[in-house]
Design a protein around this ligand. Structure first.
Ligand SMILES: CC(C)(COP(=O)(O)OP(=O)(O)OC[C@H]1O[C@@H](n2cnc3c(N)ncnc32)[C@H](O)[C@@H]1OP(=O)(O)O)[C@@H](O)C(=O)NCCC(=O)NCCS
Length: 259
């Protein structure tokens, strides 16, 4: 069972319902579907939400992040925090604030690695103990959302040529997998090292029916151990493409993890 929804201190269920007119209850995140969670190694927990018509409650330290945001953005941000708290609950942790860091990344509890994503009516969050996995990345995109024009801006000619040899899925789904995989990699890499990467700083290739590889290109300003290729998993369901990335702390990685 997923833990009860985690309301900010001082918030009652009635107050929460005010964010969702017409109902005294708000929709709860549910444990992540097994086909999505399977993209991650054992030890990762996740929660997800489809459709979030009302604004879910935020903790005071989280509200500033969306104080000037559109209603749609505020809803997706709150849905993300709700999923994140639900996922932390599945690890046995009590509800906590997850403020937005100056880098825009979520401020996870120190012992936790996590990642969250929202895309067109879907939101999901995954968390794990950092001692098990130094960094994790999760990304969801609406299917067929990456056109060939967008692809030409986020992939090199050789990556596109390799994708064209793949017949397992439609070209537009594979382009969306590439985009999502790079976003998942970015989220994990940023969590571990704090460095910025552009789409063309990494090379994507499909390794198997649900597996891909991301290899950072040679860059003089990136230390060698950050250039190690990483494998991730993907799933194309009826509506969305989702991708995952997780790696164990290796060598000094754990010490280098960005707080
Ligand atoms: C930050 C970014 C990865 C978000 O991806 P997206 O597909 O646009 O949106 P998603 O909904 O999947 O993810 C958004 C969430 O990512 C998280 N996020 C934002 N910045 C992050 C960072 N630096 N590190 C890790 N997670 C981050 C946040 O939780 C955010 O949601 P929130 O603002 O509601 O908390 C993307 O907008 C971006 O800036 N990318 C940088 C360039 C890049 O992707 N390079 C890829 C080459 S490796």
């Amino acid at each position: 069972m997923i833990p009860a929804p985690s309301l900010p201190p001082g918030t009652t269920t009635v107050k929460a319902a005010e964010h969702n007119p017409g109902t005294m209850r708000f929709r709860r995140a549910v444990p992540m579907r097994s086909e999505v969670l399977r993209l991650f190694p054992p030890g990762v927990r996740g929660a997800e939400l489809t459709g979030f018509p009302g604004r879910l409650p935020l903790w005071p330290t989280e509200r500033e992040a969306v104080s000037r945001a559109s209603e749609a953005r505020a809803r997706e941000f709150a849905a993300g925090r709700h999923c994140a708290r639900s996922a932390l609950g599945l690890l046995g942790l009590p509800p906590v604030s997850i403020p937005r860091l100056p880098t825009n990344a979520p401020g996870w509890p120190t012992a936790i690695a996590g990642s969250l994503s929202h895309a067109a009516g879907y939101c999901g969050a995954v968390v794990t103990w950092r001692r098990q996995f130094g960094a994790i990345g999760f990304d969801a995109e609406r299917r067929e959302s990456v056109s060939s024009e967008i692809l030409s801006e986020i992939a090199s000619e050789s990556e596109i040529a390799l994708l064209e040899c793949e017949s397992s899925h439609s070209a537009v789904d594979l382009a969306t997998v590439l985009f999502s995989a790079k976003e998942s990699f970015y989220k994990a890499h940023h969590q571990a090292y704090g460095s910025e990467l552009d789409f063309l700083d990494v090379a994507f290739r499909i390794l198997g029916p649900d597996t891909f590889e991301i290899a950072p290109r040679d860059r003089s300003d990136v230390p060698v151990d950050q250039s190690e290729p990483r494998t991730g998993k993907f799933l194309i369901d009826d509506t969305h493409v989702v991708t995952s990335m997780a790696w164990r702390p290796a060598g000094n990685d754990a010490a280098r993890v960005v707080q």
